[in-house]
Write a protein that binds this ligand. Structure first.
Ligand code: SAH
Length: 536
């Protein structure tokens, strides 16, 4: 058995972009992930589906998992030969009890690594526009815990702190905010010294209360501040209003769920994050190229059919050149046109994978009598990646428009072959059938639902607690997949941003609050979100 190992990883303060590269890499390889409440949903969504997830932050039977139990879990999983990631908020050694978690491992000679994280103590102020040091205001910064062990007196030396002309950062101090402020003033701090409470820093819902040591408690109460939050004391807090930057981003404040196929890196996610939104990626569907023998046989036959028809047409053309008096019948054969139709990028990808796996030569299709139709831009791009420029693409991204657009392009001797998902939607087929166009529907991939209970629950809670503002859907199947993962959810609470009417129709069927983007593109979806976020 391979020897187990533990990585003590700092997840940072919440924003996914503040997870270190090393932390990200280690997480992707994890077999067991032990995490707690401070780990954000955005980051929790990165935990591999295959990993065993152990939540030691949740109140099980109304009490937190004891530190000793966490230590023991780490040891046991490592002894079982697992790659264990202990994921902790901020930095594991800054009031993270990281040291305690290592003791048992050291004792038992279990290998481990420490991956430091960005601590909330400096990053939360930065996201609020507060530099923790500044030459004009403070020459040192102190990170202090407000939490004292039960029954013990606070060990904070307020006199010493006040003398230092420093920036003071209190973690775990919200419950004793009044005591902290009073103690500082009792030790001689000017009540007008600037101070701040920073709530849920670096998340979409971060808030700041800027006041003075004398007024901070009242102001924080007025704002109904909740945990997690840090307290910052020092003149640097006065810079927050001029340096604040997070709120200026166009999608600031938004937490968005992006549903997407697992395999696809989402350009939507990247764009949303660049504009300041927080994104929880929820791979709800996965697609798989079909490679079963039966599918390969049908696929081969379809290509062979095309090849034979093209060959006959070419022969006729040759024949025509030698005949002065050719028949009408022959001319029709010469008109043979093969339309290959793709309704998704995955269809294109699978088509070429199957060609390769059946050892078929693409050159049979490189001929003027073969035309390619695609449903939309993404599919066109995928086809382009294979060296083929699409001959037809409808203005609207939907099967019905593709079918309707295709009809006038067909002649009597046209053949249509669809390469698409097994059990794909009926829309394009209906249009073709209604217009009496015979077509060959070849399944090249299938769509499967990805169920991840932990992630689904987080998303459900986020929607119910209004921490998640929108869910984006880029296809009708992504809506159905979302529904399959969220059986218990009250769908009327979902604000759905849909890419086209067809997707919207499915979302509406489940009574979601639907907004449809003007155009059927990712950029148009983003514009829609920008418009919705104006004034917020
Ligand atoms: N190891 C962590 C701190 C753990 S102690 C770190 O380096 O950040 C927990 C305290 O951290 C909370 O009580 C709160 O004071 C602070 N904290 C952690 N994340 C925070 C966040 N996103 N916003 C505000 N405070 C946070």
């Amino acid at each position: 058995m391979e020897q187990g190992k533990v990585w003590l990883v700092g997840a940072g303060p919440g924003d996914i972009g503040l997870l270190t590269l090393k932390g990200f890499e280690v997480l992707q390889e994890a077999q067991v992930v032990v995490y707690d409440a401070l780990v954000s949903d955005e980051i929790a969504a990165l935990i591999p589906k295959t990993a065993k997830k152990i939540n030691v932050g949740k109140r099980a039977n109304n009490h937190l998992v004891k530190q000793e139990d966490t230590n023991r879990i780490l040891l046991e999983e490592a002894l079982a030969g697992k790659r264990v990631v202990r994921l902790k908020g901020g930095d594991p050694f800054v009031f993270g009890r990281g040291g305690e978690e290592l003791e048992l491992l050291v004792e038992r000679d279990i290998p481990y690594e420490i991956v430091p994280g960005i601590t909330s103590a400096v990053s939360v102020p930065a996201y609020a526009g507060i530099p923790v040091t500044h030459r004009d205001y403070s020459s040192s910064v102190h990170i202090i815990t407000g939490h004292t062990r039960k029954g013990r007196e606070s060990r904070i030396q307020y006199d010493a702190l006040v003398k230092m002309n420093a920036t003071l950062i209190f973690l775990m101090g919200i419950g004793v905010l009044e005591e902290i402020c009073n103690s500082l003033m009792a030790a001689g701090m000017d009540p007008d010294t600037k101070a701040a409470v920073l709530e849920k820093g670096t998340s979409a819902k971060q808030r700041r209360v800027i006041a003075t040591v004398g007024t901070l408690k009242i102001e924080a109460d007025k704002a109904k501040v909740q945990t997690p939050a840090i307290i910052v004391v020092g003149e640097v807090c006065g810079l927050a209003d001029s340096f604040a930057w997070v709120e200026k981003q166009v999608l600031s404040g938004l937490q968005i769920v992006v549903t997407r196929p697992r395999q696809k890196a989402s350009s939507l996610t990247k764009k949303l994050r660049n504009l300041g939104a927080h994104v929880i990626e929820m791979p709800a569907i996965s697609t798989r190229t079909l490679e079963e023998e039966e599918v390969r046989k049908t696929f081969k036959e379809s290509i062979e059919g095309i090849r034979q028809r093209l060959e006959r047409a070419a022969l006729m053309e040759e024949y025509e050149k030698t005949q002065v008096d050719w028949q009408q019948q022959d001319r029709q054969l010469q008109d043979t046109q093969e339309w290959i139709v793709f309704t998704s990028p995955k269809g294109v990808e699978s088509f070429f994978l199957l060609l390769a796996s059946c050892q078929l030569d693409i050159r049979v299709l490189y001929c003027k009598n073969v035309s390619f139709a695609v449903i939309g831009d993404a599919t066109r791009k995928e086809l382009r990646n294979h060296g083929i420029e699409a001959d037809y693409m409808p203005d609207t991204y939907c099967g019905e428009a593709l079918g309707k657009g295709l009809i006038p392009l067909l002649s009597k001797n046209s053949n249509v072959t669809l390469y698409r998902a097994r059990n794909g939607t009926e829309d394009i087929c209906e249009v073709l059938s209604n217009n009496k166009v015979a077509y060959n529907d070849v399944a090249v991939y299938c769509t499967e639902y990805e169920l991840d209970d932990e992630l689904s629950n987080r998303v459900k809670e986020g929607i119910e607690n209004q921490l998640i503002d929108y869910v984006t859907f880029t296809s009708a199947s992504s809506v159905t997949a979302f529904i399959a993962c969220q059986k218990e959810l009250d769908y009327t609470r979902v604000n759905a941003i849909c890419i086209g009417e067809q997707t919207a129709a499915v979302a509406k069927k489940y009574n979601m609050n639907v907004v449809v983007s003007k155009a059927a593109t990712i950029d148009s979806m983003i514009e829609t979100l920008e418009e919705l976020n104006i004034g917020n």
